[in-house]
Design a protein. Structure first.
Length: 211
């Protein structure tokens, strides 16, 4: 099993609930599958660029014009994307460590997603629709948030965004361990919520080890 782990939390583990969930997740996963290979990417150590026009031209113009030749600048613009697309395509399981910020994902994670969902690399698109060009079976999301959000809450723009983006690539198995209600000013049971989420993260690691 090849795992691609994307960390989008800049805090040290002692302060980052999502990182603590991640530790519990990987501890149980490795216990259940010691042969699992993990490629770890810290987006704050290796930050993605914003999706720009040169990147758009390089990846999308060939979809509509087979004769298109990118310029040297356009080739240079996609170096980050090409590196991370290779990592993505080698993975069977994609793991996200992320907080919820302002009801959504950190911008740095959105930028990474924008770099890897690219035509003719992670999918093809044509008259017969979209076809995946990867082997990712599932996504595990290890998340934390100050607030608490029941399924369907319109303020949860984190999980639906991940489901929508990767559902486009045919990845519909999105599993979640989420430490919600971590703002102690609003949730007096924040410690209990976190303890429950840690148990869920460990159980999720065991489940994912069997994929």
């Amino acid at each position: 099993m090849n795992i691609l782990h994307i960390n989008a939390n800049p805090k040290p583990a002692a302060e980052a609930n999502s990182k603590q969930l991640t530790e519990a997740f990987f501890k149980s996963l490795k216990q259940a599958n010691s042969a699992a290979s993990i490629t770890a990417v810290d987006l704050y150590a290796d930050p993605p660029p914003f999706y720009d026009y040169a990147t758009y031209r390089n990846f999308w113009y060939p979809v509509f014009d087979a004769s298109f030749k990118p310029t040297a600048a356009e080739k240079k613009a996609v170096a980050y994307a090409e590196k991370h697309i290779r990592c993505f395509k080698q993975a069977n399981l994609l793991v996200f460590t992320t907080p919820m910020w302002n009801f959504s994902m950190p911008g740095i994670l959105k930028s990474w997603i924008d770099q890897v969902i690219m035509p003719n690399h992670t999918f093809t698109i044509g008259a017969d629709g979209v076809k995946p060009l990867h082997q990712v079976k599932a996504i595990a999301v290890l998340a934390s948030s100050g607030g608490a959000y029941e399924p369907g809450n319109p303020r949860d723009c984190l999980i639906p965004a991940i489901q929508a983006a990767f559902g486009f690539l045919g990845i519909t198995d999105v599993r979640l361990a989420w430490a919600q209600g971590q703002n102690p000013f609003f949730f007096k049971d924040s410690a209990e919520r976190k303890a429950k989420a840690l148990v869920e993260a460990a159980a999720l690691g065991t489940q994912c080890a069997r994929l």
